[in-house]
Design a protein around this ligand. Structure first.
Ligand code: C5P
Length: 225
């Protein structure tokens, strides 16, 4: 079976507050998305890399992209819909692995990719990179009063890549409310499966707010140096 990386990059990036969607924000002289794709394209265990962009995307074609990149112009209204649409476009066997990775997680390291892929190689379900929660987590009520403190030892922050067999992932997304789910694993969970948590890393954070760009730039230049 093959291992295909699929990068949903059809978001508008509304929380970052710029006119340019965040996947095209400049980072060390290249759009953010280029760094993310480069990390996947260079990994020896990944057979192909595909990116899902919005059909209305006005930025993508103004940059140069690697020849081997598959470009799918079928982004949807939600992240999950973009992934589901992308899976339809790719001619995958049910037992091919799909590794879904956020465009906005530029800091993904080769070591973390290898750890995920190696850990899941013979897993019956698949799984995701995730980080043990470093902070104490409170649930708040409608008046911003603490309703509850959650036991931190059990809590993980879901990152990407999330890696599942193409057949199972397609089935899960077909059954899930795409506007509600925020990652692939939750669609798989709805079918009654338990995805495996593989330890991620802090550097694999999602660029969400403007100050994240400064942090991402520092991380990439430290690695290049
Ligand atoms: O908005 P958020 O940071 O959660 O988006 C996560 C990823 O999903 C980003 O890479 C974004 O481009 C992508 N996305 C998408 N289609 C959408 C919304 C988000 O591909 N409709």
């Amino acid at each position: 079976s093959r291992l295909i990386a699929l990068v949903p990059a059809a978001g508008s990036g509304s929380r970052i507050g710029t006119a340019v969607p965040k996947q095209y924000l400049p980072l060390a002289g290249r759009p953010l998305l280029a760094h993310t794709l480069a990390a996947l394209l260079v990994h020896p265990a990944i057979d192909a890399v595909a990116v899902v962009i919005s059909p209305e995307d006005e930025w993508f074609d103004s940059y140069e992209w690697p020849q081997e990149l598959a470009v799918l112009r079928c982004g949807g209204a939600s992240r999950a819909e973009s992934v589901a649409n992308g899976l339809v476009q790719l001619a995958l066997d049910d037992d091919d692995w799909v590794l879904v990775h956020d465009a906005a997680r530029v800091g993904i390291s080769q070591a973390a990719l290898t750890r995920l892929i190696a850990t899941l190689a013979s897993d019956p379900v698949g799984g995701l990179l995730a980080l043990p929660v470093p902070d104490t987590v409170k649930r708040g009520d409608s008046e911003n009063r603490v309703a509850d403190t959650l036991p931190r030892a059990d809590l993980w922050l879901a990152q990407t890549p999330q890696m599942f067999r193409a057949g199972l992932l397609k089935q899960a997304l077909a059954a899930a409310p795409l506007a509600e789910i925020t990652d692939e694993a939750s669609a798989i969970e709805r079918l009654g499966f338990s995805p495996r948590l593989v330890e991620g890393e802090a550097g694999n954070f999602k660029v969400t707010y403007p100050q994240d760009l400064t942090l991402a730039e520092a991380l990439l230049s430290a690695r290049a140096g």
